[in-house]
Write a protein of this length. Structure first.
Length: 80
């Protein structure tokens, strides 16, 4: 399913569908535009997921160039 593009690998133990990641990316981006930054706690509030999932997802959005980590929070990259 990963090779077919149906699933996107977040880390060694975690995969999400492309559709789910696209929806999450849009919600996350809207939150970042509105609030200017995100923390694990605010991302948890947005998604309802546990820390086990939110940390890898936040790191994924860093590597996919949506966000950049600054201290304990993330901000939206200038060009995305």
């Amino acid at each position: 399913m990963i090779k077919d593009g149906e699933l996107i690998k977040i880390n060694e133990d975690l995969c999400f569908t492309g559709e789910a990641l696209t929806r999450l990316r849009e919600k996350y981006k809207a939150q970042l535009v509105r609030d200017g930054q995100a923390t694990p706690a605010t991302f948890k509030d947005l998604t309802g997921l546990s820390r086990k999932y939110i940390i890898p997802l936040m790191e994924y959005f860093d590597t996919s160039k949506l966000t950049v980590r600054v201290g304990d929070h993330r901000i939206l990259r200038k060009k995305n």
